[in-house]
Design a protein around this ligand. Sequence first.
Ligand code: 5GP
Ligand code: ZN
Length: 115
Amino acid sequence: MSEANCIFCKIVKGDIPAAKIYEDEHVLAFLDISQVTEGHTLVIPKNHHRDLFELPSEQASQLFSVIPTIANGLKAAFQPKGLNMVNNNGEDAGQTVFHYHVHLIPRYGQGDGFG
Ligand code: 5GP
Ligand code: ZN
């Protein structure tokens, strides 16, 4: 399932490039185009769902089951001191791309640019 004008569906289809860091049948992770901190990553279901309210449980299970693997990959690659997992749902919550996604934001200590 994809939506014609969705930028993340276009990344899934390969119509626009992204720096992919994890991919399986159901899930894709790639670097955010605007890095809040080094290694800032977005994890998405390959199918289009607008937000958490519309995300089927099965898709949530598939996505969250690989998040520890992705987080450990980021830990090994970037050696952060910590990591924030953030998910905005709805315009009023700060969502700007309406294809469900989780932000993984590696943290490097005070002044690293986030929070
Ligand atoms: P939101 O504000 O919806 O939680 O997060 C959307 C994120 O998508 C933003 O951090 C933004 O930088 C990122 N983003 C928007 N367009 C693109 C794109 O074309 N490629 C990549 N890699 N990230 C994008
Ligand atoms: Zn989409």
